[in-house]
Design a protein around this ligand. Structure first.
Ligand code: HEM
Ligand SMILES: N=C(Nc1cccc(CNC[C@@H]2CCCN2)c1)c1cccs1
Length: 364
């Protein structure tokens, strides 16, 4: 990005920042002058902590695929821009897992490392994980063990020297890279992770198998763009919506594929699709996920409540004269979508900035 483009992006963000926070006009003008000069001299600029914090929250508010945006203003923002070594990065990541887990009362949080260097496009800190907590996947002679979605990344970790136990629920190591040196990996200490045993309240739906899932989803491979600056390592978490686990991670045929087992434990006739055995199994599986998290005292939201919260978000935004953008196909939940208001209306999928974006995998 050249200096002029960067200034245009910076000015657009500073304008929104000062307008929404209703700061004094002179403060806005002085800040613009300072940033303009900084870009002119250094080819880049530094956000103040407040600009960084508000930008991360706006990026969440602008995330078209997110149903959880009602709480966009309530997020802890950790400034990790001074971290430069692998050890410092690992420490921030483990601290993030600990603080966000908060004993089960999950706190939305983001940890923001140094931005990409505008001139060279180099990124000083890279996180190779898709999520800080995720289970390994292995291809074995007896078939796939663990999470099929992790098979490729698990091989990368094994090439780096990591060895998993080979169970269906092996937490992958953290893999980070600084200044394009070779990546380093580190196991996550057991005591900072909460995992939830998944059981149905009344039926043995997994036929005695130990099934669990981790408490906190922490996305660590997206790029946070604020005012022209790209924070390529900015892991963020919320809490889970039950269907993510019960209707996708456990139900997809190319994930844990538990529906046939659950249906058979429910005594359903799986010979004909028309018996709706998949639908009955899905409901019991999702009920089991929600009741298990609740029993464990770990935050989770059901898809009906989440849709109601999103409706309040839409009304709140309208009251502030702001348009809500969204991606319909992602906002509707994968279970009983038409029972939510979202299904019955269109959404404008325009991309506003600041926002979170996909970026190329650092390990391919
Ligand atoms: C607080 C509770 C939250 C809930 C219940 C929630 C729920 C969800 C769900 C269900 C999805 C769809 C995920 C999928 O289908 O794979 C999603 C997507 C997304 N959420 Fe949220 N969210 C929450 C907080 C956050 C926070 C704190 C951020 C960032 C600061 C965020 C940013 C996003 C983004 C960027 C996506 C799209 C991801 C992609 O395109 O792969 N969400 N959210
Ligand atoms: N509840 C959450 N779920 C979530 C949010 C964003 C992205 C993801 C992972 N999405 C990718 C998966 C894999 C393909 C389709 N879904 C999960 C949150 C994760 C981080 C903050 S909220």
């Amino acid at each position: 990005m050249n200096k002029l483009k960067l200034w245009e992006e910076a000015e657009a963000y500073l304008t929104q920042y000062h307008q929404e926070l209703e700061t004094a006009f002179t403060d806005f003008k002085n800040r613009c002058e300072a940033v303009k000069r900084e870009i002119d001299v250094y080819g880049t600029y530094q956000h103040t902590y407040d600009e960084l914090m508000y930008g991360a929250k706006l990026a969440w508010r602008n995330s078209n695929r997110c149903i959880g945006r009602l709480f966009w203003e309530r997020m802890d923002v950790i400034d990790a821009r001074k971290a430069t070594t692998n050890e410092e990065v690992f420490a921030y990541l483990i601290d993030h897992i600990k603080k966000a887990t908060n004993g089960g009362k999950v706190k939305p949080m983001i940890t923001i490392f140094q931005p990409e260097v505008i001139q060279s496009g180099a990124s000083p800190v890279k996180i190779w994980n898709h999520q800080l907590l995720r289970y390994a996947g292995y291809e074995t002679d007896e078939g796939i063990v663990g999470d099929p979605a992790s098979i490729e990344f698990t091989k990368v970790c094994q090439k780096l020297g990591w060895e998993g136990k080979g169970t269906h629920f092996d937490l992958l190591p953290l893999v980070v890279q600084v200044n394009d040196q070779p990546p380093k990996w580190q196991e996550i200490p057991d005591d900072v992770v909460i995992e939830v045993p998944i059981q149905h309240p009344t039926i043995d739906i997994f036929a005695g198998r130990e099934v669990k899932w981790y408490a906190v989803p922490i996305i660590s491979d997206m790029r946070l763009e604020i005012g022209g600056l790209s924070y390529v390592a900015s892991p963020f978490n919320g809490w889970y919506m039950g269907t993510e686990i019960g209707a996708r991670n456990f139900a997809d045929e190319d994930r844990y594929n538990f529906l046939p087992l659950v249906a058979s434990q429910l005594g359903l006739n799986t010979k004909h699709l028309s018996t709706l055995w998949k639908d009955r199994a899905l409901v019991e599986l999702n009920a089991a996920v929600l009741s298990s998290y609740k029993k464990a005292g770990v935050s989770i939201v059901d898809h009906h409540t989440a849709a109601k919260q999103f409706e309040i978000f839409e009304k709140q935004e309208a009251k502030h004269g702001r348009s809500v953008t969204g991606k319909w196909a992602w906002l509707i939940p994968p279970l009983s979508p038409a029972t939510t208001h979202i299904f019955h209306k269109p959404y404008d999928n325009t991309t506003k900035k600041p926002n979170y974006f996909y970026q190329d995998r650092f390990w391919e």
